[in-house]
Design a protein around this ligand. Structure first.
Ligand SMILES: [Zn+2]
Ligand SMILES: [Zn+2]
Length: 290
């Protein structure tokens, strides 16, 4: 879907939106939402209470539920009528073996109209994987430092995974200095007989690769908010669902490939159907490739 940003948007009344973040996400949200007349202000929400990447607090519920809950908390903490938040998840890449996929969701909640719009982007993650240490490393630069030097400005965390299987203990977070990293690893080995793990700190302000994906998700949200319903003028006109059935290139029977894209408005219910042209690859056909 191509959407042209309304050039008159900047001259409309400025809307204030409260952003739930403790990790500098306003640097990503504010300039992008300013383009559509939304002034982003940080709301003092304890976002760590919704779950942490380091594992001290488990995420309660799905990423979609959490991102919406954070945006609602931003509204409660600030008194603004619009709340914003983002939430990231990492999982195995569906195509590339051993690679990881970073999925970043962003939520926009309007308390006045009780509307929620969630957009997201999934991209190949360049964040390096964890390093497990059974003994203090001899050469920290060779063994562990690639976590923080593989990507500029990527910080590391050091934690202990206790031998008894109990919850991991975070020794140090946000580590960028090699001497601090060395000290934290040594401290971890003194404190516990379990395994010591050094891994990337995935908090947004310390993880440039996540910031790249969050920015892409915000760009999608901005396009969605800039897109108004042709019937009732509500914001957020966009993709509602897709319908399968694109004909097979070999046998012409309907396949599982998308045949129709349905854009629409959740407020008035109007829909616009766009039929895809062309034929589906026979690998998606139940008859030609059972
Ligand atoms: Zn076929
Ligand atoms: Zn509408």
């Amino acid at each position: 879907m191509t959407v042209t940003i309304d050039p008159t948007a900047a001259t409309r009344t400025v809307t204030i939106a409260a952003l739930a973040t403790r990790h500098g996400k306003e640097l990503l949200f504010a300039p992008r939402l300013a383009a559509i007349g939304i002034d982003v202000q940080v709301s003092p929400v304890d976002t760590d209470a919704f779950g942490t990447f380091a594992g001290e607090i488990d995420r309660s519920g799905t990423a979609r539920a959490v991102v919406e809950a954070k945006a609602r908390a931003a509204i409660e903490c600030s008194g603004a009528s619009i709340g914003l938040a983002s939430e990231g998840s990492f999982g195995p890449h569906p195509v590339v073996p051993f690679a990881r996929l970073d999925t970043e969701l962003v939520a926009w909640v309007d308390a006045a109209s009780d509307r929620t719009i969630i957009e997201g982007v999934s991209e190949f993650s360049h964040v390096p994987g964890p390093v497990v240490l059974e003994a203090p490393p001899g050469d920290i630069a060779a063994e562990v430092l690639p976590i923080s030097t593989g990507l500029a400005d990527q910080a590391a965390i050091v934690c202990i995974e206790p031998a008894d299987g109990s919850r991991r203990i975070v020794v140090a977070k946000g580590v960028v200095d090699p001497a601090v990293l060395r000290g934290a690893i040594d401290e971890a080995f003194v404190r516990d007989a379990g395994r010591v793990v050094v891994e990337p700190d995935l908090r947004a302000h310390l993880c440039p690769d996540r910031r790249r994906v969050i920015a892409a998700a915000i760009d999608r949200l901005v396009l969605r908010l800039a897109s108004r319903c042709p019937q009732c003028d509500a914001v957020g006109f966009g993709r509602l669902r897709t319908m399968p059935g694109l004909p097979c290139a070999l046998c012409d029977l309907p396949t599982t490939e998308v045949a129709v894209i349905v854009d629409g408005c959740e407020v008035c219910g109007c829909e616009r159907h766009t039929e895809r042209t062309g034929r589906a690859d026979p690998t998606h056909c139940d008859r030609c490739n059972p």
